[in-house]
Design a binder for this molecule. Structure first.
Ligand code: GAR
Length: 211
């Protein structure tokens, strides 16, 4: 059995992704403990989910900061109060400047296939709307390590779904989210098992025996 990995989960809104991780920890398919939830908004419903599950939570209100460096520093200061192995962005809508200490220790999930339909302004509903308008036939989700650019770091896992002619952003979002619920816990488990090896832009997934 691998050691339980300690997570800090950063949210900005509804916390569906946070809830998925809570559920997977509960059903023991994710060997992790959420030490702290940090919300960039005082109104995020995800804060309620943390409270309902007795997870410590705090707010670092993005509106109180006028530079992304100072905002990021405030978040890192909260994270440093806990023994965190991995920082998880879960519907977190801001750029996080990552100090060296946490380099290669921050993950994000994006509801599209990076490097398409990503970057500033592409989040949630906006991604699915742009995907449908583009006419592409396949979409999906991407879990990646985070660097200091939006939706840019090395890709860990992608899962795909078909895009149907009758899709609306909502129906497509639901189909993609089902895949997100599989991909994020899988990536976190691989990290916990020491099976992710970053080589430049590529992430190798090591077999359980070769690491
Ligand atoms: C998820 O679909 C996630 O992929 C997306 O936000 C949703 C979760 O929001 N994240 C992004 O678009 C990041 N670029 P929620 O957890 O607030 O419900």
């Amino acid at each position: 059995m691998f050691k339980t990995i300690n997570l800090a989960v950063l949210i900005s809104g509804g916390g569906k992704t946070l809830q998925n991780l809570i559920d997977k920890i509960e059903d023991k398919t994710l060997n992790a403990k959420i030490q702290i939830v940090i919300s960039s908004s005082p109104d995020a419903y995800g804060l309620k989910r943390a409270e309902q599950n007795n997870i410590p939570a705090t707010i670092v209100n993005h509106s109180d900061y006028n530079s992304s460096e100072v905002f990021s520093n405030a978040i890192i200061k909260e994270i440093e109060k806990y023994p965190i192995d991995l920082i998880i962005l879960a519907g977190f809508m801001h750029l996080l400047r990552i100090p060296d200490k946490y380099s290669e220790k921050v993950m994000n999930i994006h509801p599209g296939l990076i490097p398409s339909f990503c970057g500033k302004g592409y989040y949630g509903h906006h991604v699915h709307k742009a995907v449908i308008e583009s006419g592409i036939k396949v979409s999906g989700c991407t879990v990646h390590f985070v660097d200091n650019e939006y939706d840019h770091g090395p890709i860990i896992i992608q899962r795909t779904v078909p895009v149907y002619e009758v899709d609306t952003p909502d129906t497509l979002a639901q189909r993609v989210f089902k895949e997100e619920c599989i991909a994020y816990p899988e990536a976190i488990n691989l990290f916990a098992e020491g099976r992710l090896k970053i080589e430049g832009r590529r992430v190798k997934i090591l077999s359980p025996t070769s690491k």
